[in-house]
Every structure is written in C-alpha cells, then in structure tokens.
Write a protein that binds this ligand. Structure first.
Ligand code: MN
Length: 264
C-alpha cells in the first residue's frame, strides 16, 4: 500500500495512492494518521482526488534521520577507502533537512561549491523501539520510500565530520510516498540527473542489510514512529548544479524528483 502525505486546503492529510505510473492515479483520503495502525485497518473518509491535482508533502516529519555511510562496496572505493568499515558508520541529518517530492533542493552557493546527489533506500519506522534484534526488525518498520542524501562534498572533507555538509535545509528529499509492502532485500535503485543515469545498484549489494541496520541503530538510540533510516548510497555520486532535475527511483516504491535551485 502506498501512503502519501499531502496538502489539503490549509491543512495536511494522508491518503492511499491507487494506480500505476503512466495511468490515471488517485489518492483516497484516510482518517487521521496512519502510524500505529495496522495497514489492514486503515479507514477512508470517502474523499478521493486525482493524484496530479494534490501537492505531495514529505511523507513523514521524523524526529531524526539516521543515516549510514559507506554501505555499498563500490561507494566505499570511490570515496577512497580500501576496505569497508568494520561496523556501520552512523550520522544524523536534522529533521529540518527533510523536504518532499517536487520540492526544490536549495543550493547554498555562498557556502559550498560542490553539492552531490546520493540516492538511497529509506526505511520509515512505525513503532517506538529500542534494542530490536534483526529477526524482529520487520515488526518496527512502517514502510519504505526514496531518499536523496544531498551532501556538500567540499564541506564534508573540510569539516572532518558531516553535520554541516549533510544538514542544510532541503538536503533530505523523501518521497514520493511510503510503500508499506516492499521487500527491501533486492530492489533496483537508480539515480538520474536530467534523465542521465548516474547511480544504479540493487539493495542486495548493501554491506549491512536493513534488518542488521535496525538492530545496530536501535542498540544505540530509541527510534520513534516516523523516524527515517537512510541505508547508504551506491557508487556514482556526483555533483549537481542549479537547474538540474534529480530523480531517485526504487523498484516497487516509486520515483522521487527534485529540482536544484540557488539559495542566496
Ligand atoms: Mn549517504
């Protein structure tokens, strides 16, 4: 089931997206908020809108975005490391970096000369949890979405840690919606810039898979409903410039598209 968050009048609603890309798609509005509800138990208001006529918003407002660095061997090599790290490398992106499908990525040209795309599978947590064994990881996952871990590569190198490089407003596009039924074990993931393929891999190539990451992260910090885990980017990261249209497509989930604009 694909659950989107969208603007409705002056407010916000959730709805279930029906239909496949390329065909007329609609969004059926849900009562309230989907977290904590068994997907089989959602209730509909009866309102239905053409998807093309609603403004999709970031599918969640997380308390935190936990991200994993160097989780595909090809990306480890392109970043100049001979060996993958012995344990997952974690960092946080601020909740204020989150933006939605169709929103702009604001390039802070006065502060950085190199802003890269990093297409990633994002996991959305559905339940408050801590110390989750990987065998039970599925119980705490609400769904999956596409992410772009936008990174100011020059600042990442200069600072020696990644908070500034990955923390700008709009540097965490998420969307277009949450897919609650995907199996994350082997999904194709492709990043394009202006239609040219820059990154392509399968999630079966992850050095640490989704259940292992849930176990690892939840051994450190409590995860809250709506929290987001970015699982790492494959090789092929590279710069974007103002005017570029960048898309992250993940099999059985959808396509997240954003345009890069200049932030003064
Ligand atoms: Mn990343």
């Amino acid at each position: 089931m694909r659950i989107a968050r969208f603007g409705k009048g002056d407010g916000v609603a959730y709805g279930v997206v029906d239909g496949e890309s390329g065909q007329p798609q609609t969004i059926a509005e849900l009562y309230g908020h989907p977290f904590g509800i068994d997907p089989a138990g959602v209730r509909f208001t009866g309102e239905r809108y053409p998807l093309a006529e609603v403004r999709l918003l970031a599918p969640v407002l997380p308390s935190k975005v936990v991200a994993v660095g160097k989780n595909y061997a090809g990306h480890v090599r392109e970043m100049g490391s001979a060996e993958p790290p012995a344990e997952p490398v974690l960092f946080l992106k601020p909740s204020t970096s989150v933006t939605g499908h169709g929103d702009r990525i604001a390039y802070p040209v006065k502060l950085t000369d190199r802003v890269d795309h990093e297409g990633e599978l994002a996991v959305i947590i559905g339940r408050l949890c801590r110390d989750v064994p990987k065998e039970r990881a599925e119980e705490v996952i609400f769904g999956y979405t596409c992410a772009n871990d936008v990174t100011a590569r020059d600042l990442q190198a200069r600072d020696g840690q990644w908070t500034r490089a990955k923390g700008f407003d709009t540097f965490c596009p998420l969307g277009p919606w949450m897919e609650t039924a995907a199996d994350p074990a082997d999904l194709g993931i492709t990043t394009t810039v202006n239609g040219d393929v820059r990154q392509h891999a399968r999630t079966s190539e992850l050095l640490w898979d989704v259940p292992s990451l849930i176990e690892f992260v939840s051994s450190v910090m409590t995860l809250l409903p709506g929290d987001v885990l970015l699982t790492g980017t494959p090789e092929g990261v590279g710069p974007m410039t103002a005017g570029d249209e960048v898309s992250v497509t993940i099999e059985s989930i959808g396509t997240l598209t954003n345009r890069v604009t200049v932030r003064d």
